[in-house]
Design a protein around this ligand. Structure first.
Ligand SMILES: Nc1ncnc2c1ncn2[C@@H]1O[C@H](COP(=O)(O)OP(=O)(O)OP(=O)(O)O)[C@@H](O)[C@H]1O
Ligand SMILES: O=P(O)(O)OC[C@H]1O[C@H](OP(=O)(O)OP(=O)(O)O)[C@H](O)[C@@H]1O
Length: 212
């Protein structure tokens, strides 16, 4: 049996649609209500969890495969997995954002940066040799500059409409994000054929979508 964890929320439906187009039996998933663990006719069991938890389940060997955003992978401490596929969905990017004045402002103190992705923010400013204070916010991160708790934010930008609605703008792009398929290394050793079958089937659909 192959065990899969899928990130709930924005990317859930698109991942399930790709798996269905790749020929896997997703009917029980499409018909599910509040169940969090579902078994399909293909001998695949699927759980649905929050982004960081998908990685935690994979780290502990509870699942063989995880579908999760690159944003989450960039932020967690765990790196001992194989990233086998970019699903080319859930596309967005990390950016430093702030009010336009931030660009020319001279700071005579450490800048304050708010983010839900504190490791990404830390790593980014460290790469620029900038010593900043990182403030963790759990959501609505744009509130950082709006309330004045921070000078800028590191957050996900998709359409840019949340920034615009709050008078903020992208100061610097940090990195691209999309949904990835990750695999537990031990599982790959013992279930290589089944896992590669899923990779190959998905690749055909992703390739087809890109050429469409
Ligand atoms: N505009 C976007 N904002 C946030 N995530 C996006 C966006 N577009 C694509 N994604 C991807 O979707 C994944 C899941 O995001 P989603 O907002 O559903 O869950 P979440 O981070 O648990 O947030 P919440 O706590 O608001 O439910 C993200 O990790 C990211 O890879
Ligand atoms: O560029 P946009 O298309 O406006 O999308 C970006 C927004 O979407 C995400 O927030 P989400 O809606 O997940 O809520 P949250 O802030 O509570 O995490 C992200 O944190 C931005 O706020």
């Amino acid at each position: 049996m192959i065990k899969i964890a899928i990130t709930k929320g924005r990317i859930e439906k698109q991942v399930c649609k790709l798996l269905s187009e790749a020929g896997f039996d997703m009917e029980p998933i499409f018909n599910k209500n509040r169940e969090l663990l579902i078994e399909t006719k293909d001998g695949i069991s699927m759980i649905f969890g929050k982004p960081n938890d998908v990685v935690t389940f994979l780290e502990h060997g509870i699942v063989d495969i995880g579908f999760v955003g690159k944003d989450t992978l960039d932020d967690v401490d765990f790196e001992d997995y194989y990233e086998l596929l970019d699903l080319e969905i859930g596309k967005c990017y990390f950016a430093v954002a702030a009010y336009p004045e931030y660009r020319d402002k001279v700071f005579n103190r450490r800048k304050k940066i708010a983010s839900k992705y504190t490791n990404v923010a830390k790593k980014y400013f460290a790469s620029k040799q900038e010593d900043v204070e990182i403030i963790k916010l759990e959501g609505s991160v744009e509130l950082g500059p709006v309330t004045g708790i921070s000078d800028a934010i590191v957050d996900i930008v998709e359409t840019g409409s949340t920034l615009k609605a709050n008078g903020l703008e992208v100061i610097e792009k940090v990195s691209d994000i999309s949904t990835r398929m990750i695999v537990n290394k031990v599982a790959f050793k013992f279930k290589k054929d089944e896992i590669m079958n899923i990779v190959n089937q998905l690749e055909k659909v992703i390739g087809g979508n890109q050429n469409a």
